[in-house]
Write a protein that binds this ligand. Structure first.
Ligand code: ADP
Ligand code: ADP
Length: 215
């Protein structure tokens, strides 16, 4: 069983690695960033509210995010395992996650993987990131380019640069990461399920290390 939490700064490669894991382990990926971007695209109340925070590189309020994850984890497709990508991001979210897993769902996390890269790599990774408008697949203009410029290999969708993948917002997100999210490693330290993986290197090599952990 894989009930995984992916920790790590923006740009560490969590989304990239998750796409491999969901294929091999037949689990679902729950990316709070993807859920919020989809709400923004659809113009829902949640989307309108969240966009203000996202554009400023700030975290969306805990109660909103916790509510989203609680509803998502209740769905049947999570029963065979899941990856939480981008959640939790604060201690309050981690505490709420523990409570909902234990009290509502009667399951527990199996692995917490902290994917770590140096700050100085993150700017290049995120300014070069391109995302598919159709399916959300992630590329990099230098490290993981599509076969045809600006077009998704998988679905033919148009690639775009996320609003928050601009230099100024990236710097703010990184600051928020250090202030609020990096402490989560400590939170999970004594769980016996925390694994640290170096996120610098070839995508395939990193994935091999992750597979060793997940078994
Ligand atoms: P990245 O993949 O670059 O780390 P995400 O796609 O996970 O970024 O998140 C994009 C933005 O969505 C964040 O900067 C934040 O505003 C919001 N967001 C996503 N997940 C959370 C969360 N768990 N708590 C609060 N805000 C979140
Ligand atoms: P996260 O979900 O942690 O924010 P992503 O998976 O979206 O990170 O990766 C951020 C950017 O870095 C993307 O453009 C991706 O193609 C690229 N990337 C991911 N893993 C690597 C790697 N091992 N080496 C170089 N670039 C990478």
């Amino acid at each position: 069983m894989v009930n995984l939490v992916f920790l790590g700064p923006p740009g560490a490669g969590k989304g990239t690695q998750s796409s491999y894991i969901i294929n091999d382990y037949k689990v679902v990926q729950i990316s709070t960033g993807d859920i919020l971007r989809s709400a923004v695209k659809q113009g829902t109340e949640l989307g309108k509210m969240a966009k203000k925070y996202m554009d400023e590189g700030k975290l969306v309020p805990d109660d909103v995010i916790i509510g989203i994850v609680r509803e998502r984890l209740k769905q049947d497709d999570c029963k065979n395992g899941f990856i939480l990508d981008g959640f939790p991001r604060t201690i309050a979210q981690a505490v709420a996650l523990d409570a909902m897993l234990k009290d509502d769902l009667n399951i527990s996390l199996t692995h917490i993987i902290s994917l770590e890269v140096d700050d100085n790599l993150i700017m290049e990774r995120l300014t070069g990131r391109r995302t598919c408008k159709g399916c959300g697949k992630v590329y990099h203009i230098k490290y993981n380019p599509p076969k045809k410029d600006g077009v998704c290999d998988d679905c033919g969708g148009e690639l775009y640069q996320r609003d928050d993948d601009k230099e100024e917002t990236i710097a703010k997100r990184l600051k928020v990461y250090h202030e609020q999210t990096s402490a989560l490693k400590d939170y999970y330290k004594n769980s016996g399920k925390l694994y640290v993986v170096n996120g610098f290197g070839e995508v395939d090599d990193i994935y091999r290390k992750i597979k060793e952990i997940l078994g």
